[in-house]
Design a protein around this ligand. Sequence first.
Ligand SMILES: [Zn+2]
Length: 495
Amino acid sequence: MVRAWVVLWMLLVLLSACQGDTSAGMTAQPSPVPSPLPTLTSTPDPTPSPLPGPTPESPPLPPRPVYTIRATIDYAAHHLGVDQTILYPNRSGVVLDRLVLAVVPNLWPDCFFLRQLQVNGAPVAGYTLQGQRLEVSLSAPLSADALARVDIVYELSLPAAEQPDPSVARPRIFGYTARQMNLVNWYPFVVPFRNGEWVLHDPWAYGEHLVYEASDFEVELNFRDATAPVVAASGLAESEGAITRYRLTAGRTFALSMSHDFQVLSGSEGDILVSSYYFSPYQQAAQAVLDATLRALRIFQEQYGPYPHKTLAAVMGDFNDGMEYSAFYFLSRDFYNLYRPELSPVQYLIFVAAHETAHQWWFERVANDQALEPWLDEAFATYSERVFYEHFAPELLPQWWYYRIDYYQPQGVVDIPVYAGGGFRPYTNAVYFRGAYFLENLRKRMGDEAFFAFLRHYLTEFDGKIATSSDFFRLLRQHTDQDFSDLLREYFSKQ
Ligand SMILES: [Zn+2]
């Protein structure tokens, strides 16, 4: 049993992890006026190469959007100069007269500076940038199955990730601390176009609000600093002179974290390289994170299906938060602080590591609308902690149910949007914890074989796509004849 004081400590940090966080909010402190553009050695070619046209020799339309991002980073000055190209295949089935991009850094004042914007090699007819929404008018309509090329040059003057004013809460991982720079949702990306609408929801004090199409990424970093920091990324590094290049195929979002103080432990599960980035003196905890992540990868590949990438970075976040990204996740430093190797492995460091790893299936392979239907990744990731322990240490399952879930006496319906959570704790109680109970009871009702067959089918059916609750239940009904209407009444507001 975990001692009571540990439980109390755990309570103190419970408001953390991608399960959310209620720590100090992020008021953006005005950043210094950014330096002029000496970093933009990669100013776009004034005569961009011709677009692929509908000629026989044209390359095929890419299956997904392709992001090529060249960033010159001044780590010491917290500044980036970025030259970015997006190849956007219009897979919507309709003609588009505009593109809508999320520019999340623009939620911070004096952070994002747009220097150049072109579509198909010409200056844009018009655009608006309000908050995180960049709406670009197209001078010629973009037909279905045609390609648009967006060239965008911008600078980022990063905010401090920790801010003194707790009254405003927005995502606060982005930015820098005294020893870490975190680039998450840091580049403009085209938001999904679904059911005739561009999907870009408002940010919220807790939880996530973005929805991502699967995309391909090539990211190049070039540091202006005399000594480059250690970099954790959503991909494997290849060096070419002063440039480090990363590639990620069919990923949702490309994250980076860097520090001069990072230390790294690595291990492999099959051909997947897992790296655990940490700050001294947390080597023992970082090893536990590595071991848990490798174990979780093995278990989830057996139970669900293949991990989609070749690397996975587990990164100690220098803030009270944790979060999943593609082939990358953060764990709060508080979990490392709390970790006691002599105690039960039912500890936050371990089960949140399993939780974040599970998001590589439920978020990464199968995405969802994180703002409107967060249960589709969060209940799955939480329930995956149970799957992790049942294969690793089944005798600890009662302990996990108690410390992780029952202790909070969770209430509420599972299918709420993040905006209806009523605060962080009620939100996670409903979406994460009641969601885990729904899946547990569904599994009991269906039986293990049908339940996991359904999950594997759901994974392959919606791999690389954005699933909805309707998709979930439509497919579920193909896998069971059992009546589960009572579970729907108990856990859901509709269905
Ligand atoms: Zn989560």
